[in-house]
Design a protein around this ligand. Structure first.
Ligand code: GLC
Length: 746
């Protein structure tokens, strides 16, 4: 059964037939709990004083799964909605539906935009077959503080990489248009600045100047806008005291007027009502909470927020219009944008769109999709150290022991996963299947968390405290008896994600005890690091021979990890976020501004033993061969605004294994009207370099790459000197190792 079939002009006719209350209803997204497991509308939140009629007027819901349930809800809704307008189903599908891809922070370390785009296309196909047509993704908040739990959902610290990843994801999700098969609408989040929460504490205050907001934090979202993302989600945080969900400057001035965004804006879950938590609102009508929340709804609508997720205070705006406190035109604009999105998705033609149980049987977790997941998982891993070329494993490794709390773990999908980990094969299973020619034994060694992380282990149920000594002793005996130890260490996936900020980002104590006891009997240790954020790994970094960061990689995690351990795949990942030496150093990021006394004698440094350099910088990552970068050459040193500069560099593969290397282009604007970063990533290229060969990597620098927001927040490029370098990572000395070019006055 279909809904009404409309075209643009008929859409207007439908729209004009709607009452104000019906338009406000469309702008509400109730929680999925209003429907029972059979899709029957049951839960009516009388406390929140909304009725069945209210829900039949609503326009969408979120995180409702199961095609039978979705069809039942849609059938009932289309029948009972006053204009038979279908619901739009949305969900948090941020790195895969049935086929789970690496967590976004890991994916961004691949720097492989084509493969990231391909993973998004797969996600869109699986999701739309399952009846979901909007995903609350990409989450592209720039973040410089690894204490923040949502690093795991992000693309790290760099504006250019975040922009590029967001654009690739939206292009993958939305394909050639939302009218095309198996495409889904992207909802870019969280606008804006959510990742700059003070202290890395989720939802916390954000203090950004307009200039920093524009030169750093807005770029990630801009990648989605430039890919025509269908939706944008507000962020929970306030910025300068103004919650995003009522920030007119963000949503009207910048998003709509400056960027020309025509899509739909939705609040985060209950973010409108939670503005009262920020202490925003008009409480002049004593003890009148309706009046207070109506003032919040007026602020949000005035700021250009179209859809209210969770709470339903937009319903109160009918009174605001009647009282002349709100221009009904704003509601009309919001509702029309919303109906146009539904129409673009073809919901009026077919409320079920591409839902198809039969086809889903062949598509969900199919070999083609698992192959994409396996390739992206391998490319997401970052080799941080590899002394004595202890990796890859092979006959030269002798007897091997795989030890640690992740050896038999299946919980490796990370955060926001629709399906329980029903398809992640353990490291032990895959190793036993694929390494039969190697002598390998296994031991858990310890639980992931112990009594020292009592609050976390109680919350996540990870502790074998009563067997602690016995487990460690067994692992030590095995470590003593072998030549090489592969030790799995890190944080559990439940320690990363929303509301998962941590003040201590070290490896958990019980795991460090295991490490020490193993290290006492065997120094040949390869660490596999499981994490949803940069961790403080300094202690193990000083002792382990090798560290491979494997993050949480989803469905094909351990197939990919074994591909790398055996050298069947070459590590190629590069860090999308700096690893601090210690949490005390945070924030530490590569594109910091040029500040005073940062050079000899380093008076700006801490007077104790920690300087301002990270343990591992943005863009860093090794492989199983030695690469040598030549000097950065330019085809001209002086150029005009309408000219480009060709920058090139020879990269030699000195080893006996072919590899793929991400070459990174950095530019420094030495003098401007505001202090500028010591260097900024402005391009990157993945290049294949055969063993023993040299390839020349080139980039074209144009005026657009030199622009920034100046002291007046105008987007300009100033004539003057710039410095460029093609590098393996951001950890080079920008004062000594860059090539100067000069933009002349026109
Ligand atoms: C959450 C998150 C947001 C998510 C939304 C819907 O609180 O902040 O990222 O999309 O609610 O689940």
């Amino acid at each position: 059964m279909g809904g009404i079939t409309v075209t643009e002009e008929k859409l207007i006719k439908l729209f004009n037939s709607m009452t104000l209350e019906e338009k406000l209803g469309e702008l509400w997204q109730p929680m999925n709990r209003v429907y029972d497991e059979n899709g029957v509308l049951t839960y009516i939140d009388v406390k929140a004083n909304y009725s069945k009629e209210d829900i039949y007027r609503s326009g969408s819901t979120l995180n409702l799964f199961g095609t039978d349930r979705l069809r039942a809800v849609q059938d009932d809704h289309v029948k009972n909605n006053p204009h038979h307008i279908p619901l739009l189903y949305m969900a948090d599908i941020i790195h895969g539906y049935a086929t789970v891809f690496p967590n976004p922070i890991a994916q961004s370390c691949s720097f492989d935009l084509e493969l990231i785009k391909e993973s998004a296309r797969v996600t869109a196909k699986e999701s739309t077959l399952a009846g979901i047509n909007v995903t609350f993704f990409p989450m592209i908040d720039i973040v410089r503080d690894p204490r923040w739990g949502r690093v795991v959902e992000s693309a790290g610290e760099d504006p250019y990489l975040a922009y590029s990843v967001c654009r690739a994801l939206v292009e993958g999700l939305q394909g050639d248009g939302l009218d095309k098969p198996y495409t889904m609408a992207a909802c870019v989040k969280h606008f804006a600045g959510y990742g700059a929460a003070e202290g890395g504490r989720d939802y916390n205050t954000v203090e950004l100047t307009e200039n920093t907001l524009r030169n750093v934090y807005l770029w990630g979202y801009k990648g989605g806008i430039d890919a025509d993302a269908a939706m944008i989600m507000t962020s929970y945080n306030e910025m300068g005291g103004i919650p995003s969900t009522c920030n007119k400057h963000l949503f009207r001035d910048i998003l709509r007027d400056e960027w020309g965004y025509k899509g739909v804006v939705i609040t985060d879950l209950f973010a409108l009502s939670s503005m009262a938590t920020h202490g925003i609102g008009d409480d002049s009508e004593e003890d009148d909470t309706d009046y207070l929340y109506r003032s919040l709804a007026e602020k949000a609508m005035t700021a250009g927020i179209d859809i209210e997720m969770g709470s339903h205070h937009y319903k109160k705006l009918a009174l605001s219009v009647a009282e002349g406190k709100l221009d009904e035109k704003l509601i009309d604009e919001a509702c029309l944008r919303w109906l146009k999105l539904k129409n673009k998705l073809g919901l009026f033609e077919n409320p079920y769109r591409f839902t198809d149980d039969e086809k889903a049987k062949d598509v969900m977790l199919c070999d083609e999709h698992k192959d994409v997941a396996r390739r992206l998982a391998a490319e997401s891993c970052v080799l941080l150290k590899n002394e004595e070329n202890i990796l890859p494993l092979g006959r030269q490794s002798g007897k091997i022991a795989m030890i640690g709390p992740f050896v038999e773990s299946e919980r490796l999908n990370g955060s926001w996963v629709i399906h329980v980990a029903d398809s992640v094969r353990t490291l032990r299973t895959v190793t036993e299947q694929r390494c039969s020619d190697l002598e390998i034994c296994f031991a858990k060694g310890c639980s992931a968390l112990g009594r020292e992380q009592a609050r976390e282990s109680k919350r996540f149920g990870y502790t074998d405290e009563e067997h602690r000594e016995e487990m460690i002793r067994e692992a030590v005996e095995i470590a003593r008896s072998v030549d090489t130890v592969v030790l799995t260490l890190g944080e559990i996936s439940e320690q990363a994600g929303e509301a998962k900020s941590r003040s201590n980002i070290c490896i958990p104590d019980v795991q460090l005890e295991l490490f020490d006891r193993v290290y006492e009997v065997n120094k040949k240790i390869v660490v596999l690091l499981y994490n949803g954020r940069p961790l403080d790994i300094s202690y193990i970094n000083d002792r382990a021979k090798a560290i491979l960061d494997v993050w949480y990689l989803g469905t094909m995690m351990n197939d990919a990890v074994v591909d790398l351990l055996l050298g069947e795949k070459m590590p190629s990942g590069k860090l999308s976020m700096s690893f601090p030496k210690t949490v005390a150093q945070i924030p530490v990021y590569y594109n910091h501004l040029r500040t005073d006394h940062r050079v000899e004698p380093y008076w700006s440094e801490y007077i104790d033993d920690c300087n301002s350099e990270p343990l591992y910088p943005f863009g860093y990552g090794l492989t199983y061969t030695e690469l040598s970068y030549g000097e950065t050459a330019v085809d001209k040193t002086h150029f005009k605004t309408d000219e480009t500069v060709t920058v090139s560099c020879d990269i030699a593969n000195l080893g006996d294994r072919d590899c793929t290397e991400t070459a990174e282009l950095y530019i420094t604007d030495r003098f401007a009207s505001v202090a500028r970063p010591v260097k900024e990533l402005k391009g990157f290229k993945r290049v294949y370099i055969p063993a023993g060969k040299t390839v020349t990597v080139t980039f074209e620098i144009n005026i657009e790459m030199l622009k920034y927001y100046n002291e007046n927040n105008e987007y300009v490029a100033d004539p003057g000197s710039f410095y460029v370098k093609i590098a393996r990572d951001s950890g080079f000395d920008e004062g000594k190792e860059m090539t100067r070019i000069f933009l002349t006055k026109d």
